[in-house]
Ligand binder design. Structure first.
Ligand SMILES: NC(=O)C1=CN([C@@H]2O[C@H](COP(=O)(O)OP(=O)(O)OC[C@H]3O[C@@H](n4cnc5c(N)ncnc54)[C@H](O)[C@@H]3O)[C@@H](O)[C@H]2O)[C@H](O)CC1
Ligand SMILES: [K+]
Length: 515
């Protein structure tokens, strides 16, 4: 796509640059205001024109959803968010919609562009009903437009606004929020006292990051981007949305990477007595990507389990017949296996938390001079390790769930915005990639750029999905050589699998359903 931005995905991976189309840029309210202001003052498209474009795009979308002759009520604040609503009200009234406009803070104190649009509205010959919230009498409206507050929200919503929000949230009619659902913090996704529960959020100029954090996902409804005329040079996103289209476009084809992919082995150190299921799921999901060789390294006492369940997978038993978890005494033999062929290591699913296993894990990570994906119980071992001593030449992917992340950082994270900030800092400071599982899942990178999932990840919260994700991430890491792309592909693979499953099934999803 011609309007793509180059993003360097990290020094070690500077082989290629990620091309991410603008629809997947996520901005803060501040960045949104910055683009708006620069376009007006420096580039030279005035705010009134931007408002007309925003309103026109939004009106087109509403008309694609709502039949003409419908009756809509437009709730307007006194800022530019209200101005957007007034443009839409004017345009729809010209298309035979029946329009009621309701002002939350009167009409005396409107922003200059909102005021100009109010005057234009009054010039029309169409019959538009204008009133104040104090005089508002509920009717059966066919749809509701929320133009009360946008990126200008700066505190908890005040009275009158909160009353209107309460009214709107009780209605069955579809709600279109302009730019941001009123009451939602566009940066953190937190609800500022109360917020409009939208069916559609028509986001102007760029998607807001808050739609994907905390309560944002359940508040914003379906998000539609209405592009504005911001020059690309003013676009400086806070984050990016992980999307199939751009991820696939950035993933080198198998043919091109054939030598690397076919040459690499995914070594999996997983499983212990009572937790063999984790090893089975990780190995099966890695194998299902089409990877040439998956090697499961296991304590010898568990070999029988895997011989039955993992027919295609190469098994390397270590230690004695009665060993059912990894011990320090296994270290030399495991390192020998890891030297057999070039590849990457996935360590952690189901290895348990025995003292000896923790020491084994720490010593192995010190001695192994290769790339490692550290998951589950191996993350626990990492969090019990004051000063990690892992070779600088080893690239790392960490895949913690929220609890594991807290132990790793030794820090309380009270919400997803805090989690994102912590992931950004940790990945950058330690020069590694983190796939922080949760809703949203957040990929933190060496370069400091975070990437967010934009779909509902809650279906993956049951036991076993983490093992599947780890197996796929490890396999895609070999396939694409990029830690970031591996995380994106593994996340999207689960999403696609769940969509396929729910297309023909109902009820709950099992980890095996997405392998
Ligand atoms: N993205 C863009 O570039 C464009 C955005 N447009 C629209 O403009 C708004 C932002 O407009 P702004 O005037 O800055 O702010 P708001 O309309 O969101 O609100 C400001 C208004 O609200 C009062 N206020 C703030 N907090 C509260 C509160 N908690 N309770 C009650 N009232 C509050 C404040 O005092 C102000 O008076 C953006 O979202 C877009 O919709 C352009 O139209 C196109 C370009
Ligand atoms: K709004």
């Amino acid at each position: 796509m011609s309007y793509a931005k180059d993003v360097n995905i990290g020094e070690n991976e500077s082989l290629y640059m990620l091309k991410i189309p603008h629809p997947y840029y996520l901005c803060s309210a501040e960045q949104s205001r910055f683009m708006d202001e620069k376009t007006i003052t420096e580039f030279g498209i005035d705010g009134f024109t931007l408002m007309e474009i925003a309103g026109t795009r939004a009106a087109d979308f509403i008309m694609s959803e709502i039949p003409a002759n419908s009756h809509g009520v437009f709730f307007c604040g006194k800022g530019n968010n209200g101005g957007d609503a007034l443009v839409i009200a004017r345009l729809l009234s010209q298309q035979d919609f029946n329009i009621t406009v309701c002002f939350l803070s009167g009409t005396e104190d409107l922003s200059p562009d909102a005021d100009k649009n109010f005057r234009l509205l009054q010039k029309l010959e169409t019959d538009i009903q204008v009133l104040k919230w104090e005089d508002f009498t509920p009717e059966d409206y066919d749809f509701i437009a929320d133009g009360m507050l946008g990126t200008g929200l700066n505190t908890e919503v005040r009275a009158l606004y909160s009353d209107a929000i309460e009214y709107i949230n009780k209605q069955k009619a579809p709600v279109f929020s302009l730019d941001v659902p009123t009451g939602l913090n566009a940066d953190t996704g937190q609800i500022m006292g109360s917020a409009v529960q939208s069916d559609f959020t028509l986001s102007f100029g760029a998607l807001k990051i808050g739609f994907y954090l905390n309560e944002g996902f359940d508040t914003a409804g379906e998000v539609i981007l209405c592009e504005l005329s911001f020059p690309n040079k003013y676009k400086n996103p806070a984050s990016y949305l992980i999307d199939e289209e751009w991820v696939d476009a950035n993933s080198p084809s198998r043919e091109k990477k054939k030598h690397k992919y076919d040459g690499g082995v995914l070594y999996i150190i997983a499983g212990s007595e009572g937790l063999t299921g984790a090893a089975v799921l990780a190995a099966k999901s890695a194998w299902s990507t089409g990877l040439g060789a998956v090697v499961l390294i296991t304590p010898k006492g568990l070999l029988e389990v895997y011989e039955k369940q993992l027919v295609q997978i190469i098994k390397k038993p270590i230690g004695d017949h009665d060993d059912v978890y990894f011990k320090e005494s296994h270290l030399a033999d495991v390192l020998e296996v890891l030297k057999e062929k070039p590849g990457k290591l996935l360590i952690g699913p189901g290895i348990g938390r025995h003292e000896e296993t923790i020491r084994f894990t720490q010593k192995l990570l010190t001695a192994f001079e290769g790339d490692s994906l550290i998951d589950a119980d191996a993350l626990f071992a990492l969090s019990k390790w004051e000063n990690w001593d892992i070779p600088d030449s080893s690239d790392l992917i960490l895949t913690p769930h929220p609890g594991e992340l807290k132990s790793l950082l030794n820090k309380e994270l009270s919400n997803d915005h805090e989690r994102m900030e912590a992931v950004i800092t940790f990945a950058k400071q330690n020069g590694l990639t983190i796939l922080s599982k949760g809703m949203p899942s957040i990929v933190g990178t060496e370069s400091g750029v975070p990437y967010l999932t934009g779909y509902d990840t809650r279906v993956f919260s049951r036991a076993g999905f983490g093992d599947v994700l780890a197996g796929k991430t490890g396999a895609f890491w070999l396939k694409y050589s990029s830690a970031e792309l591996a995380c994106f592909q593994a996340l999207l693979n689960g999403y696609k699998g769940s969509k396929q499953y729910f297309a023909t099934n109902s009820g709950s999803l099992e980890p095996m359903d997405i392998i």
